[in-house]
Write a protein that binds this ligand. Structure first.
Ligand SMILES: [Zn+2]
Length: 671
């Protein structure tokens, strides 16, 4: 049989013919795609004609069509439904793709053409979108070192390779420390723990061939144990084990690795002409400068600290009422906070769950998109990559706009977490291409014919990922490289976090949160308690987050610290951490910062996005949750615009101004 990737598809909406694709097809198609891409790049670089936007930038945008066709399908499936073959292919493809992209950025002749266009940009009569793509293309060359000369070229290559090794070592050390520590528990140690925690600890014990339950520093055990266990001695022990990951001495100690990573990042930034790694890294973000990040975090810090101090005093009284003397400790916070939550916001998960049916929540997400953007969703009768996966034809005014694929249930072949990915991105260059967008979640599948029920967090995740999907589906740009979610990291969570707010619009839950057995709407009192509970204990959460984000910023702003632990201690000291609060991540286990480059000097971006989503939703609060004009502005300036303009320009066009932190602080109950 011929390789389906190498011939045109005849399916409805050009959906990948999943039934015809076998795992053996990926590698030859991948290799053919690479060969096509290489030939295309070579032809552009060696074109004897003078560079034009069409023969250089547009040609680069379209010379990898086969590669992106194969990779879109492959990575879509590999994350959601893996097997040994697909895992092996993922390991093989990673380094090959990294080499391929370094090959392109190291192509001097190609860079010279791009740079010549950039120098002549004002005479080229480009549209705004073309100008933006030219700028982004050239910038990625420059940031990879295309303008380096002499010994600096080899030094840069050495730094990148060493950083990649150190990042991997950092993660593996952490994994080593995480699997090395565990504590066997007796039946008596299980007092107070809910059934799901005990079950998870028994499963963890069984996986280690122990006869009884076992506690580890895995987040899914560690957090609920601190929350529910009355055993202060055990809480303290697991807390210390969690805190010491990556700094226990010996071979898996990450402290020297962290120092070397910071030093090399600084050198890399300076080779490229930047004053620090922070200025290098933030240049391409919406925040742009270290000062902008610092200003945001410090605006949040004071109110969060005040709230955490107030809460800490209440929790300390509860500790003393239990007969303990002395201060509230870090391992006490979650336990007493959980006790207090039960008193103040009594909300029984078991009572809530029947009201949150998966299918009704999907309907709710769709219904909001219908009211806001006039989208219609019609179930597709197509064979997808797994029997649990469902597809919809998304239309507007009768016209096909996108294919939406929902893959909601957990299974062994799926990696954990939830995400949105485009199997095919929207673009207009080289023919109008409509996107295929995938939402993947890990919700528990009910057995038999029982209805599938979600927790409130699950429902929020569903809305979150659907917000990313709208960013892809409503995309309306010419170039694939700026399509949909191809935007700055600190901007990409705006559409998704914003969409979560519609779940909080009371009329949405009133209509769609109906009881699985009785069909009755959620009682008003339960709805109110549910919405009120969302701001609980935000002082503690915010303090832990901001302290970590500022530590990350300080690591990279200015000269690299010789001793990251000392730099971290200094940051905490200057902030004045409230008693018994802790950072989310300390340096020796701060994966966002050290396991790779993705979130280095970028941990702030979660809050940056939250400031925007809260401020953006305020526009809807002011005009009405489904106000047509506001929705149209959101689509025009943000959801359809992809990376076609600077995020600041896009946001300001939508809102009339830049966001301030007031709405976010109010949303967290910190105003
Ligand atoms: Zn997201």
């Amino acid at each position: 049989m011929t390789n389906p990737f190498l011939s045109p598809w005849t399916t409805a909406f050009d959906i990948p013919p999943f039934a015809d694709i076998s795992d053996a097809d990926f590698k030859p198609a991948f290799e053919a795609g690479l060969a096509e891409g290489r030939a295309g790049i070579k032809a552009i670089a060696e074109n004897p004609d003078a560079p034009t936007f069409e023969n250089t930038i547009e040609a680069m945008e379209t010379c990898e069509e086969l590669l992106s066709k194969v990779l879109g399908v492959f990575y879509g499936i590999a994350g959601a439904d893996s097997n040994d073959v697909r895992e092996g292919l993922q390991r093989d493809f990673g380094p090959i793709l990294a080499d391929y992209s370094s090959e392109i950025t190291a192509n001097t002749a190609l860079f010279e053409r791009v740079d010549a266009l950039w120098q002549a940009r004002d005479t080229l009569d480009l549209t705004d979108e073309q100008m933006r793509v030219l700028m982004l293309t050239r910038r990625s060359f420059v940031r990879s070192g295309a303008q380096l000369e002499g010994d600096d070229i080899a030094r840069m290559a050495k730094i990148k390779s060493r950083l990649s090794t150190l990042g991997t070592t950092f993660s593996q050390n952490l994994l080593g420390d995480e699997s090395a520590w565990f504590m066997e528990l007796t039946e008596a140690d299980l007092e107070g723990l809910p059934e799901f925690v005990v079950d998870a600890m028994r499963a963890s014990g069984a996986s280690k061939d122990l006869s009884g339950p076992c506690l580890t520093t895995s987040r899914s055990l560690f957090v609920p144990f601190l929350q529910f266990s009355p055993r202060r001695d055990l809480r303290e022990a697991v807390f210390h084990a969690w805190k010491s990951r990556g700094s226990r001495g010996g071979e898996t100690d990450n402290r020297d690795n962290a120092a070397e990573i910071l030093k090399l990042r600084e050198e890399r930034a300076k080779l490229l002409g930047y004053e620090s790694f922070a200025t290098f890294k933030l240049e391409t973000e919406m925040a742009k400068t270290p000062q902008a990040v610092r200003d945001l975090l410090m605006q949040v810090w004071e109110p969060a600290k005040t709230a955490a101090e107030k809460d800490g005093a209440i929790l300390e009284e509860m500790l003393h009422a239990d007969g303990y003397t002395g201060p509230l400790e870090a391992w006490d916070w979650r336990y007493y906070s959980e006790k207090r939550r039960k008193i103040e916001h009594d909300l029984d998960e078991a009572e809530l769950k029947p009201y949150l049916q998966l299918d009704r929540m999907i309907e709710a997400a769709f219904a909001c998109a219908t009211r806001l953007f006039n989208l219609e969703f019609e179930p597709l009768d197509a064979t997808l990559y797994h029997e649990d996966v469902r597809g919809w034809n998304v239309t507007r005014d009768g016209e096909h706009l996108a294919v939406f694929i929902g893959d909601y249930f957990a299974r062994a072949s799926k990696r954990s977490g939830a995400w949105c990915t485009a199997m095919r991105s929207q673009k207009k260059l080289g023919g109008d291409t409509k996107p295929i967008v995938l939402n993947v979640c890990n919700f528990a599948k009910a057995t038999g014919d029982k209805p599938n029920l979600l927790s409130y967090d699950d429902a929020r995740t569903l809305f979150h990922e659907f917000g990313h999907a709208l960013h892809q589906m409503l995309s309306n740009v010419t170039f694939e490289s700026i399509s949909g979610t191809s935007v700055a990291r600190d901007f990409v969570e705006l559409p998704s976090q914003l969409y979560e707010h519609w779940l909080e619009v009371p009329e949405v839950l009133e209509e769609f949160a109906t009881h699985a057995d009785t069909g009755e709407a959620m009682p008003a009192d339960m709805l109110k308690r549910l919405l009120d509970a969302q701001t609980y204990d935000q002082g503690y959460t915010t303090v832990g987050y901001v302290a970590s984000a500022l530590t990350d910023l300080n690591f990279h702003d200015g000269d690299a610290p010789a001793d990251p632990m000392q730099s971290q201690a200094q940051t905490l000291d200057q902030l004045g951490m409230p008693k018994a609060t802790t950072m989310f991540h300390e340096a020796p286990h701060f994966q966002h910062v050290f396991a790779g480059d993705g979130y280095s000097c970028g941990y702030y971006s979660y809050m940056w996005s939250e400031v925007m989503d809260a401020d953006a939703f305020d526009a809807f609060k002011e005009a009405g949750a489904f106000d047509a004009g506001t929705a149209a502005r959101l689509e025009e300036h943000i959801l359809s615009a992809g990376g076609s303009a600077d995020p600041e320009v896009l946001y300001t066009a939508f809102r009339g101004r830049m966001p301030g932190p007031e709405a976010m602080l109010k949303g967290r109950g910190l105003a």
